[in-house]
Design a protein. Structure first.
Length: 385
Protein backbone atom coordinates (compact mmCIF):
# COMPACT_ATOMS: atom_id res chain seq x y z
CA UNK A 1 0.00 0.00 0.00
CA UNK A 2 2.89 2.38 0.73
CA UNK A 3 4.31 1.88 -2.75
CA UNK A 4 0.97 2.60 -4.38
CA UNK A 5 0.66 5.87 -2.46
CA UNK A 6 4.19 6.88 -3.47
CA UNK A 7 3.50 6.06 -7.12
CA UNK A 8 0.27 8.08 -7.10
CA UNK A 9 2.19 11.07 -5.72
CA UNK A 10 4.92 10.71 -8.35
CA UNK A 11 2.32 10.41 -11.09
CA UNK A 12 0.66 13.60 -9.86
CA UNK A 13 4.02 15.43 -9.79
CA UNK A 14 4.76 14.23 -13.31
CA UNK A 15 1.67 15.90 -14.76
CA UNK A 16 2.97 19.50 -14.27
CA UNK A 17 6.26 18.47 -15.92
CA UNK A 18 4.32 17.89 -19.14
CA UNK A 19 4.02 21.68 -19.41
CA UNK A 20 7.80 21.80 -19.91
CA UNK A 21 7.68 19.29 -22.76
CA UNK A 22 7.32 20.38 -26.40
CA UNK A 23 3.84 20.14 -27.86
CA UNK A 24 3.47 16.74 -29.45
CA UNK A 25 0.95 13.88 -29.61
CA UNK A 26 3.19 11.96 -27.19
CA UNK A 27 2.37 14.50 -24.47
CA UNK A 28 -1.25 13.32 -24.55
CA UNK A 29 -0.37 9.63 -24.49
CA UNK A 30 2.41 9.95 -21.88
CA UNK A 31 0.17 9.75 -18.76
CA UNK A 32 -1.67 6.70 -20.13
CA UNK A 33 1.54 4.91 -21.11
CA UNK A 34 3.07 5.66 -17.69
CA UNK A 35 -0.02 4.26 -15.94
CA UNK A 36 0.01 1.12 -18.12
CA UNK A 37 3.71 0.49 -17.56
CA UNK A 38 3.59 1.11 -13.80
CA UNK A 39 0.42 -0.95 -13.36
CA UNK A 40 1.89 -3.84 -15.32
CA UNK A 41 5.06 -3.75 -13.20
CA UNK A 42 3.05 -3.83 -9.97
CA UNK A 43 0.83 -6.69 -11.16
CA UNK A 44 3.82 -8.72 -12.34
CA UNK A 45 5.69 -8.04 -9.09
CA UNK A 46 2.77 -9.36 -7.05
CA UNK A 47 2.32 -12.28 -9.42
CA UNK A 48 5.99 -13.24 -9.12
CA UNK A 49 5.62 -13.73 -5.36
CA UNK A 50 2.67 -16.08 -5.82
CA UNK A 51 4.42 -17.97 -8.61
CA UNK A 52 7.51 -18.47 -6.46
CA UNK A 53 5.41 -19.88 -3.62
CA UNK A 54 3.71 -22.30 -6.00
CA UNK A 55 7.03 -23.19 -7.62
CA UNK A 56 8.24 -24.49 -4.25
CA UNK A 57 5.86 -27.42 -4.80
CA UNK A 58 7.96 -28.42 -7.87
CA UNK A 59 5.15 -27.75 -10.33
CA UNK A 60 6.26 -27.04 -13.90
CA UNK A 61 3.72 -24.29 -14.75
CA UNK A 62 4.48 -22.01 -11.77
CA UNK A 63 8.21 -22.33 -12.49
CA UNK A 64 7.74 -21.19 -16.10
CA UNK A 65 5.45 -18.35 -14.95
CA UNK A 66 8.07 -17.12 -12.48
CA UNK A 67 10.76 -17.15 -15.16
CA UNK A 68 8.51 -15.22 -17.57
CA UNK A 69 7.74 -12.57 -14.95
CA UNK A 70 11.42 -12.12 -14.09
CA UNK A 71 12.10 -11.33 -17.75
CA UNK A 72 8.93 -9.33 -18.45
CA UNK A 73 9.30 -6.75 -15.65
CA UNK A 74 12.72 -5.37 -16.74
CA UNK A 75 11.60 -5.52 -20.37
CA UNK A 76 8.55 -3.30 -19.70
CA UNK A 77 10.56 -0.76 -17.73
CA UNK A 78 13.35 -0.72 -20.35
CA UNK A 79 10.81 -0.29 -23.17
CA UNK A 80 9.36 2.81 -21.54
CA UNK A 81 12.79 4.31 -20.84
CA UNK A 82 13.86 3.71 -24.44
CA UNK A 83 10.63 5.26 -25.67
CA UNK A 84 11.40 8.32 -23.53
CA UNK A 85 14.58 8.84 -25.58
CA UNK A 86 12.50 9.17 -28.73
CA UNK A 87 9.56 11.05 -27.21
CA UNK A 88 10.74 13.73 -24.74
CA UNK A 89 7.21 14.10 -23.29
CA UNK A 90 7.54 10.63 -21.74
CA UNK A 91 10.46 11.96 -19.68
CA UNK A 92 7.94 13.63 -17.34
CA UNK A 93 7.11 10.20 -15.92
CA UNK A 94 10.60 8.70 -15.92
CA UNK A 95 10.79 9.34 -12.12
CA UNK A 96 7.77 7.04 -11.75
CA UNK A 97 9.61 4.26 -13.62
CA UNK A 98 12.78 5.00 -11.63
CA UNK A 99 10.80 4.47 -8.41
CA UNK A 100 9.49 1.11 -9.70
CA UNK A 101 12.97 0.03 -10.81
CA UNK A 102 14.46 0.70 -7.36
CA UNK A 103 11.51 -0.63 -5.37
CA UNK A 104 11.37 -3.86 -7.41
CA UNK A 105 15.16 -4.24 -7.79
CA UNK A 106 15.12 -4.32 -11.61
CA UNK A 107 18.85 -4.77 -11.96
CA UNK A 108 20.88 -2.16 -13.91
CA UNK A 109 17.73 -0.11 -14.61
CA UNK A 110 17.99 1.20 -11.05
CA UNK A 111 21.04 3.21 -12.20
CA UNK A 112 20.47 3.67 -15.96
CA UNK A 113 17.15 5.49 -15.81
CA UNK A 114 18.83 8.98 -16.05
CA UNK A 115 19.93 8.07 -19.59
CA UNK A 116 16.29 8.21 -20.68
CA UNK A 117 16.35 11.97 -20.03
CA UNK A 118 18.97 12.59 -22.72
CA UNK A 119 16.28 12.78 -25.39
CA UNK A 120 14.54 15.62 -23.59
CA UNK A 121 17.84 17.47 -23.01
CA UNK A 122 18.92 17.16 -26.67
CA UNK A 123 15.51 18.26 -27.99
CA UNK A 124 15.75 21.54 -26.12
CA UNK A 125 13.69 20.61 -23.07
CA UNK A 126 16.55 21.01 -20.63
CA UNK A 127 14.22 22.27 -17.90
CA UNK A 128 12.14 19.11 -18.23
CA UNK A 129 15.23 16.92 -18.08
CA UNK A 130 16.58 18.73 -15.02
CA UNK A 131 13.27 18.64 -13.18
CA UNK A 132 12.75 14.96 -14.04
CA UNK A 133 16.31 14.17 -12.90
CA UNK A 134 15.72 15.87 -9.53
CA UNK A 135 12.33 14.24 -9.08
CA UNK A 136 13.81 10.86 -10.09
CA UNK A 137 16.50 11.16 -7.44
CA UNK A 138 13.85 11.89 -4.83
CA UNK A 139 11.81 8.94 -6.15
CA UNK A 140 14.80 6.62 -5.68
CA UNK A 141 15.23 7.79 -2.10
CA UNK A 142 11.50 7.29 -1.45
CA UNK A 143 11.67 3.78 -2.95
CA UNK A 144 14.57 2.82 -0.67
CA UNK A 145 12.76 4.23 2.36
CA UNK A 146 9.51 2.43 1.54
CA UNK A 147 11.33 -0.84 0.88
CA UNK A 148 13.12 -0.58 4.21
CA UNK A 149 9.87 0.17 6.02
CA UNK A 150 8.16 -2.82 4.41
CA UNK A 151 11.09 -5.09 5.27
CA UNK A 152 11.10 -3.96 8.89
CA UNK A 153 7.34 -4.33 9.07
CA UNK A 154 7.54 -7.90 7.76
CA UNK A 155 10.32 -8.65 10.23
CA UNK A 156 8.21 -7.20 13.03
CA UNK A 157 5.27 -9.42 12.03
CA UNK A 158 7.50 -12.48 12.04
CA UNK A 159 8.88 -11.52 15.43
CA UNK A 160 5.37 -10.96 16.76
CA UNK A 161 4.22 -14.35 15.44
CA UNK A 162 7.26 -16.03 16.98
CA UNK A 163 6.56 -14.35 20.33
CA UNK A 164 2.92 -15.43 20.12
CA UNK A 165 3.92 -19.03 19.41
CA UNK A 166 6.37 -18.97 22.31
CA UNK A 167 3.73 -17.52 24.59
CA UNK A 168 1.20 -20.21 23.64
CA UNK A 169 3.83 -22.94 24.04
CA UNK A 170 4.79 -21.53 27.45
CA UNK A 171 1.15 -21.37 28.53
CA UNK A 172 0.61 -24.98 27.45
CA UNK A 173 3.73 -26.09 29.28
CA UNK A 174 2.58 -24.20 32.38
CA UNK A 175 -0.77 -26.00 32.25
CA UNK A 176 0.98 -29.34 31.85
CA UNK A 177 3.24 -28.60 34.81
CA UNK A 178 0.27 -27.51 36.92
CA UNK A 179 -1.63 -30.69 36.05
CA UNK A 180 1.42 -32.78 36.80
CA UNK A 181 1.91 -31.00 40.11
CA UNK A 182 -1.73 -31.59 41.04
CA UNK A 183 -1.32 -35.27 40.15
CA UNK A 184 1.83 -35.57 42.24
CA UNK A 185 0.16 -33.85 45.20
CA UNK A 186 -2.84 -36.14 44.86
CA UNK A 187 -0.59 -39.19 44.72
CA UNK A 188 1.33 -38.00 47.78
CA UNK A 189 -1.88 -37.44 49.74
CA UNK A 190 -3.23 -40.85 48.80
CA UNK A 191 0.06 -42.51 49.66
CA UNK A 192 0.09 -40.82 53.09
CA UNK A 193 -3.47 -41.93 53.76
CA UNK A 194 -2.54 -45.47 52.85
CA UNK A 195 0.49 -45.31 55.16
CA UNK A 196 -1.63 -44.03 58.04
CA UNK A 197 -4.16 -46.80 57.46
CA UNK A 198 -1.38 -49.41 57.56
CA UNK A 199 0.08 -47.92 60.75
CA UNK A 200 -3.27 -47.93 62.50
CA UNK A 201 -4.02 -51.46 61.34
CA UNK A 202 -0.61 -52.87 62.23
CA UNK A 203 -0.14 -51.10 65.56
CA UNK A 204 -3.34 -49.82 67.15
CA UNK A 205 -5.45 -52.60 65.72
CA UNK A 206 -3.14 -55.33 66.97
CA UNK A 207 -2.90 -53.73 70.43
CA UNK A 208 -6.68 -53.52 70.73
CA UNK A 209 -7.05 -57.11 69.53
CA UNK A 210 -4.57 -58.28 72.14
CA UNK A 211 -6.39 -56.29 74.83
CA UNK A 212 -9.71 -57.86 73.83
CA UNK A 213 -8.22 -61.35 74.07
CA UNK A 214 -6.70 -60.55 77.48
CA UNK A 215 -10.02 -59.24 78.77
CA UNK A 216 -11.84 -62.34 77.55
CA UNK A 217 -9.23 -64.52 79.26
CA UNK A 218 -9.65 -62.58 82.51
CA UNK A 219 -13.41 -62.89 82.27
CA UNK A 220 -13.11 -66.68 81.99
CA UNK A 221 -10.64 -66.75 84.87
CA UNK A 222 -12.94 -64.80 87.22
CA UNK A 223 -16.24 -66.40 86.35
CA UNK A 224 -16.74 -67.22 90.03
CA UNK A 225 -16.75 -63.51 90.93
CA UNK A 226 -19.92 -62.07 89.39
CA UNK A 227 -19.14 -58.45 90.26
CA UNK A 228 -15.68 -58.55 88.71
CA UNK A 229 -16.92 -60.53 85.71
CA UNK A 230 -19.53 -57.81 85.08
CA UNK A 231 -16.86 -55.10 85.18
CA UNK A 232 -14.60 -57.08 82.88
CA UNK A 233 -17.45 -57.61 80.45
CA UNK A 234 -18.08 -53.86 80.35
CA UNK A 235 -14.42 -53.16 79.66
CA UNK A 236 -14.40 -55.90 77.00
CA UNK A 237 -17.44 -54.34 75.32
CA UNK A 238 -15.67 -50.99 75.27
CA UNK A 239 -12.58 -52.58 73.73
CA UNK A 240 -14.73 -54.35 71.12
CA UNK A 241 -16.37 -51.03 70.25
CA UNK A 242 -12.99 -49.30 69.98
CA UNK A 243 -11.66 -52.10 67.78
CA UNK A 244 -14.69 -51.81 65.50
CA UNK A 245 -14.24 -48.04 65.26
CA UNK A 246 -10.56 -48.44 64.39
CA UNK A 247 -11.36 -51.01 61.72
CA UNK A 248 -14.02 -48.76 60.22
CA UNK A 249 -11.58 -45.83 60.18
CA UNK A 250 -8.90 -47.96 58.55
CA UNK A 251 -11.31 -49.09 55.86
CA UNK A 252 -12.41 -45.50 55.24
CA UNK A 253 -8.80 -44.32 54.92
CA UNK A 254 -7.98 -47.21 52.60
CA UNK A 255 -11.00 -46.47 50.43
CA UNK A 256 -10.07 -42.78 50.24
CA UNK A 257 -6.48 -43.68 49.40
CA UNK A 258 -7.65 -45.56 46.31
CA UNK A 259 -8.31 -43.14 43.43
CA UNK A 260 -9.09 -44.96 40.15
CA UNK A 261 -7.96 -42.11 37.88
CA UNK A 262 -4.65 -41.65 39.67
CA UNK A 263 -4.09 -45.39 39.82
CA UNK A 264 -4.73 -45.80 36.09
CA UNK A 265 -2.44 -42.86 35.25
CA UNK A 266 0.35 -44.37 37.33
CA UNK A 267 -0.31 -47.82 35.88
CA UNK A 268 0.07 -46.58 32.29
CA UNK A 269 3.42 -45.03 33.16
CA UNK A 270 4.73 -48.27 34.67
CA UNK A 271 5.15 -49.99 31.30
CA UNK A 272 8.40 -48.91 29.58
CA UNK A 273 8.33 -48.59 25.83
CA UNK A 274 4.61 -47.75 25.73
CA UNK A 275 3.33 -44.20 25.31
CA UNK A 276 -0.13 -44.09 26.85
CA UNK A 277 -3.02 -41.64 27.10
CA UNK A 278 -5.92 -41.72 29.56
CA UNK A 279 -9.43 -40.34 29.11
CA UNK A 280 -11.25 -40.64 32.44
CA UNK A 281 -14.83 -39.36 32.51
CA UNK A 282 -16.52 -41.13 35.41
CA UNK A 283 -17.58 -39.22 38.51
CA UNK A 284 -19.08 -41.96 40.69
CA UNK A 285 -17.17 -45.17 40.07
CA UNK A 286 -18.06 -47.96 42.52
CA UNK A 287 -15.13 -49.62 44.23
CA UNK A 288 -15.81 -53.14 42.77
CA UNK A 289 -15.92 -51.67 39.26
CA UNK A 290 -12.82 -49.56 39.92
CA UNK A 291 -10.85 -52.62 41.07
CA UNK A 292 -11.99 -54.60 38.03
CA UNK A 293 -11.09 -51.75 35.68
CA UNK A 294 -7.59 -51.44 37.15
CA UNK A 295 -7.03 -55.20 36.90
CA UNK A 296 -8.24 -55.33 33.27
CA UNK A 297 -6.10 -52.37 32.26
CA UNK A 298 -3.03 -53.90 33.92
CA UNK A 299 -3.56 -57.21 32.13
CA UNK A 300 -4.30 -55.50 28.79
CA UNK A 301 -1.14 -53.40 28.99
CA UNK A 302 0.95 -56.42 29.86
CA UNK A 303 -0.48 -58.37 26.91
CA UNK A 304 -0.04 -55.41 24.54
CA UNK A 305 3.62 -55.09 25.44
CA UNK A 306 4.52 -58.78 25.73
CA UNK A 307 2.48 -60.35 22.94
CA UNK A 308 1.45 -57.46 20.70
CA UNK A 309 4.75 -55.52 20.83
CA UNK A 310 2.71 -52.32 21.10
CA UNK A 311 4.35 -48.91 21.45
CA UNK A 312 1.26 -46.78 22.13
CA UNK A 313 -2.00 -47.34 23.96
CA UNK A 314 -5.12 -45.29 24.61
CA UNK A 315 -7.26 -46.02 27.68
CA UNK A 316 -10.70 -44.49 28.11
CA UNK A 317 -13.27 -44.94 30.87
CA UNK A 318 -16.61 -43.28 30.22
CA UNK A 319 -19.72 -43.07 32.36
CA UNK A 320 -23.15 -43.37 30.75
CA UNK A 321 -26.59 -43.22 32.40
CA UNK A 322 -26.86 -47.01 32.67
CA UNK A 323 -23.33 -48.36 32.50
CA UNK A 324 -19.58 -47.70 32.54
CA UNK A 325 -17.55 -48.28 29.37
CA UNK A 326 -13.88 -49.26 29.30
CA UNK A 327 -11.90 -49.26 26.04
CA UNK A 328 -8.19 -50.01 25.61
CA UNK A 329 -6.72 -49.57 22.12
CA UNK A 330 -3.11 -50.25 21.13
CA UNK A 331 -1.04 -50.43 17.94
CA UNK A 332 0.23 -53.95 18.57
CA UNK A 333 -0.45 -57.21 16.75
CA UNK A 334 -3.78 -58.56 17.90
CA UNK A 335 -3.29 -61.86 16.05
CA UNK A 336 -0.41 -62.80 18.33
CA UNK A 337 -2.51 -62.46 21.46
CA UNK A 338 -5.46 -64.32 19.98
CA UNK A 339 -3.14 -67.05 18.84
CA UNK A 340 -1.78 -67.45 22.36
CA UNK A 341 -5.25 -68.35 23.40
CA UNK A 342 -4.40 -66.64 26.55
CA UNK A 343 -5.25 -66.88 30.13
CA UNK A 344 -5.07 -63.11 30.31
CA UNK A 345 -8.14 -62.71 28.10
CA UNK A 346 -10.05 -65.24 30.19
CA UNK A 347 -9.11 -63.41 33.38
CA UNK A 348 -10.26 -60.07 32.01
CA UNK A 349 -13.54 -61.54 30.80
CA UNK A 350 -14.18 -63.17 34.19
CA UNK A 351 -13.70 -59.85 35.99
CA UNK A 352 -16.18 -58.09 33.69
CA UNK A 353 -18.84 -60.82 33.70
CA UNK A 354 -18.57 -61.22 37.49
CA UNK A 355 -20.09 -57.75 37.80
CA UNK A 356 -22.76 -58.43 35.19
CA UNK A 357 -20.87 -56.75 32.38
CA UNK A 358 -19.65 -57.68 28.92
CA UNK A 359 -16.18 -58.19 27.46
CA UNK A 360 -14.76 -58.39 23.94
CA UNK A 361 -11.34 -58.39 22.31
CA UNK A 362 -10.35 -58.08 18.68
CA UNK A 363 -8.41 -56.18 16.03
CA UNK A 364 -9.18 -52.57 15.18
CA UNK A 365 -11.21 -51.99 12.02
CA UNK A 366 -9.18 -51.21 8.84
CA UNK A 367 -7.29 -49.11 7.94
CA UNK A 368 -6.22 -48.89 11.57
CA UNK A 369 -3.87 -51.51 12.95
CA UNK A 370 -3.79 -52.83 16.47
CA UNK A 371 -6.17 -54.39 18.97
CA UNK A 372 -8.95 -53.24 21.25
CA UNK A 373 -10.21 -54.45 24.61
CA UNK A 374 -13.80 -53.41 25.26
CA UNK A 375 -15.76 -53.94 28.48
CA UNK A 376 -18.96 -52.58 30.00
CA UNK A 377 -20.15 -52.60 33.61
CA UNK A 378 -23.85 -52.02 34.37
CA UNK A 379 -24.94 -49.65 37.12
CA UNK A 380 -26.79 -52.29 39.12
CA UNK A 381 -27.73 -52.02 42.79
CA UNK A 382 -24.95 -54.43 43.71
CA UNK A 383 -22.14 -52.27 42.37
CA UNK A 384 -23.46 -48.79 43.06
CA UNK A 385 -21.46 -46.81 45.67
Amino acid sequence: MDRIVDEIVLFGLGLPLLLLAPAAPAAVAAPLLALIATGALELLDRGEGGAQRQASASAASPVRAARFIRVARPAIAAAYLIAALAAPALAAFVPLLAYAAVAQSLGPLRFLWPAALLGAAVSGSGALAAAALLLGALACLAARRTTKVQTERASLRQWRDAVQEDRLALAERTRDLAERQDLEVSCAVLAERARIAREIHDNVGHLLTRSVLQMEALAVTHEDDPALAKELAAVGATLHEALGTVRASVHDLHDEAFDPQTTLAELIGEFPGIVGTLAFEAESLPRPVALAVVAIVREALANARTHGRATSVAVSLLEFPGFYQLAIEDNGRAANLVGEGGLGLASMEERATALGGTFSFGPLPPPRTGSRVFATFPKTQEVRP
